[in-house]
Design a protein. Structure first.
Length: 139
């Protein structure tokens, strides 16, 4: 079981107005669909899944938004792939041992992209960045 690919299929960013007062930032990420995927390697073919995702950041009140859609390509044992696709069709559930690395992969790539785009648009960073704090030495 391994992640073998990642791509964005849609990137939409919008700044609706100037920053005024307190801006609330809300991030959301989720898997919207699973599709069977066949990776051809020479004469062989491996069965996998395309995890279709959506990542959004909303700046409120009505300041701006970021929206990314894309896919993560995952290969696994044929039995596991077929079972996962059946479970998705039945009740939209994904095993945690697969879901966690998929979502972490999406968050890593989407957060970097969101950080760059938010800077270009003059919007606050969508995630907490580390800051240096200086403490006054005690006398």
């Amino acid at each position: 079981m391994a992640i073998v690919g990642f791509s964005f299929t849609k990137i939409h960013a919008e700044k609706k107005g100037p920053l005024q007062g307190k801006v609330n930032i809300q991030n959301n990420v989720g898997i919207t669909d699973l599709k069977e995927y066949k990776l051809n390697i020479g004469k062989n073919s491996e069965l996998g899944i395309r995890f279709i995702f959506k990542y959004t950041t909303d700046y409120s009140p009505n300041v701006g938004s970021l929206e990314f859609e894309g896919e993560v390509l995952w290969l696994g044992e044929e039995k596991d792939v077929k079972e996962m696709l059946q479970n998705w069709k039945k009740d939209k559930k994904i095993d945690q041992e697969v879901m966690v690395p998929i979502l972490n992969n999406v968050l890593t790539k989407a957060n970097i992209q969101a950080l760059n785009i938010s800077q270009d648009l003059g919007l606050p960073a969508p995630l907490q960045l580390p800051k240096v704090n200086v403490k006054n030495p005690e006398k």
